[in-house]
Design a protein. Sequence first.
Length: 457
Amino acid sequence: MTGRGYTEGVTVWNGAVRHRPAIVLTCTTTADVVLGVRTARDRGLPLTVRGRGHDWAGRALSDGGLTLDLRPLHEVRVDPGARTAEVGGGASANDVLAAAGEHGLVAATGTIGTVGMAGLTLGGGYGPLAGRTGLAADNLLAAEVVLADGSVVRTDARHDPDLLWALRGGGGNFGAVTSMTVRLHAIPSVVTGLVLYPWHQARQVLERVREAQHTAPADLTIQVGAIAAPDGSPALLVLPTWAGDTATGEDPSGPVQALTRLGAPLLAQLEAAPYAAAIAGRDAMFPDGRYVTIRTRSMPGLVNDVIDVVERFGGRLPTPLSGMTLHHFHGAAAEVATADTAFALRRPHLMAEILGIREAGEPGEPVDSWADAASGALAGSAFPGGYANLLGPEAADQLAGVHGDNLPRLQRIKAAVDPDGVFSATPLPMAAPEPTSGGAPASVEDQLGAGHGRGLG
């Protein structure tokens, strides 16, 4: 299939992705999604779902398959009284924040705004508000899902709660999410920005960030990483987000402004701003079309071995566009019990995002080798598995550990709603099939057995 619509449908954030589906179905209604799912099943075509196309591994597309393009389903409807938003399956984080911001509300999102809200949420959703609001997945209240047989279900705390549990961190492996209801939060403004330190101060600053993260209140989430300074030299980035009282965030003696005094900064720009503006303002750092490879590990914190790795690999970035960032997981996100959502790693930790980025035409091997080596160097300090939204097919040693003790329950739910593996988004090893008899039951909990499906435990 060719043409302008097709070209737009297969053009995704990572310019290195070259998958070419046979059909791109532009979905403007849930009925279109149902048609696409049934067509793919009838014709034996691989089926993929495209939200905003920001998955670096290109899983929104498959060669010779059928892609459901959900981008037209980007409407966001806010209920300010209930502090919730109904979010279309193709909406970006910017779409959600713009609509919520009209009512003085925000949603839990990732670090930039062009990412699809559904994909981010289904895989977990680390972000600058994690300490205050939890993960994006923790704020998922309900969803409309087209299942592998083409049926449409609405899942919430009372209806098919096992499916809702799976969607909170289990990825897009259970169906096509055409809309979600997400919780919103009253955070009029945040204090955020960046502090940049010269690389020769990296170890000192990281040791001090370690203490700051250890004592940080829930309102303060501190991202840290290695990037290229304007002159191309490596620099240590500290990116805090304060979601509490603005006066405290701006207080020179407070915990936010103290992050400008961890060394002698090259640059310190922290200010109060609407959260939506802060997130949208970072989009220019990650434009479409560059060639991207990502590796990820999750570690207990900035232990000495982790600092050694950041110092070693952050000091020799393979390109000026590449970098390494450590996402801060604490506060509200760490207070959720492991069994309460499919997202399993609930103890305080850092999630490393190792970004190898190059322009088209630049050699890929040095970037890939650097990313692989950095990931390997962190492995000894890391928990099993990793962040599902960032793990690519090369991370075979990590895939089995992604969901920890939650994997068996996820596999049972997968077998109930998609036994043939029609949907495959983020890593989820399939369980061996069990004998079945009779027709399809009406709900997920019916298929899982009486007494199991009514709780999130």
